[in-house]
Design a protein around this ligand. Structure first.
Ligand code: JF8
Length: 240
């Protein structure tokens, strides 16, 4: 999978070279290209923002650098020659909310482009123009306010990247994850069996694999009903 990121703070993404996604890049499973939006400015101050038409607080990102950047990373011959179009994602608090389902969908794409806004956002015509180059998605990380799209993009790339086949060594560890089966994960324990007077639940030491599986499932329902009842369809919370 190829992922292009456009940002005025490209060093935010240095962390994506660590750990799992760093390995995915060195093995060629993930081709991550982070670009500085200011590379597509031509004035001495490398200006990417301007005052909003109609007035109001703050600044808006100018369309011209975005147009040139998208021409280069999303309009590139590599996609178009194969008849393929990239998926162009703009993190936005006004977008659809990102979930594990969104991550699974986006993990099937060959080419993603993330456009990271700052200030009060991006000139609306950029989204219209981007739709000529690919499928445009406005996606929100959640219902709270960030200062820009970078942190949301990092979270999305991590969630998507680990679903690329081969990135997570043991594929079984993917299906046991919170949210993959619509329930929260069961609690985990390791040695020692007693720590600061706190014991590991007996069933986990019993060697009874059926009892362990049943206990874990039960814990998933208890936790989900307590912490995230919104995840349970009505009537499916009758366990314990
Ligand atoms: C932004 C550009 C976001 N869940 C979220 N809260 N806030 C944002 C966000 C995204 C882009 C920009 N300010 C300027 C905030 C997401 N995704």
């Amino acid at each position: 999978m190829r992922i292009d990121v456009l940002s005025i703070f490209p060093s935010y993404f240095d962390g994506l070279t660590l750990s799992l996604l760093g390995k995915a890049q060195s093995t060629g499973l993930l081709d991550l290209r982070v670009r500085d939006l200011r590379d597509w400015t031509s004035d001495r101050h490398r200006t990417v923002d301007d005052t909003p038409y109609g007035g109001g607080a703050g600044m808006v990102m100018k369309p011209e650098p975005w147009g040139l950047a998208l021409d280069e990373v999303a309009g590139s011959s590599d996609d178009a020659e194969g008849g393929r179009r990239p998926t162009i994602i703009f993190p936005s608090p006004a977008g659809e909310v990102f979930t594990q389902k969104t991550a699974r969908d986006l993990a099937t794409r060959e080419h993603l482009v993330f456009g990271c806004g700052r200030y009060e956002g991006i000139d609306e015509r950029v989204f219209e123009f981007a739709a000529d180059l690919g499928e445009v998605r406005l996606i929100s990380l959640g219902d709270y306010v960030l200062n820009g799209g970078e942190v949301a993009t990092m979270a999305m790339i991590e969630a998507i990247g680990r679903l690329i086949p081969g990135v997570v060594g043991n594929p079984e560890s993917l299906v046991e994850e919170s949210h993959e089966d619509g329930l929260l994960e069961y609690p985990s324990y390791t040695k020692p069996a007693s720590w600061r007077e706190r014991a590991v639940p007996d069933v986990l030491l019993s060697g009874n694999h059926a009892a362990i599986a049943a206990w874990r499932r039960e814990q998933q329902f208890v936790r989900t009903r307590t912490r995230r009842p919104d995840l349970l369809p009505d009537g499916e919370d009758e366990h314990s």
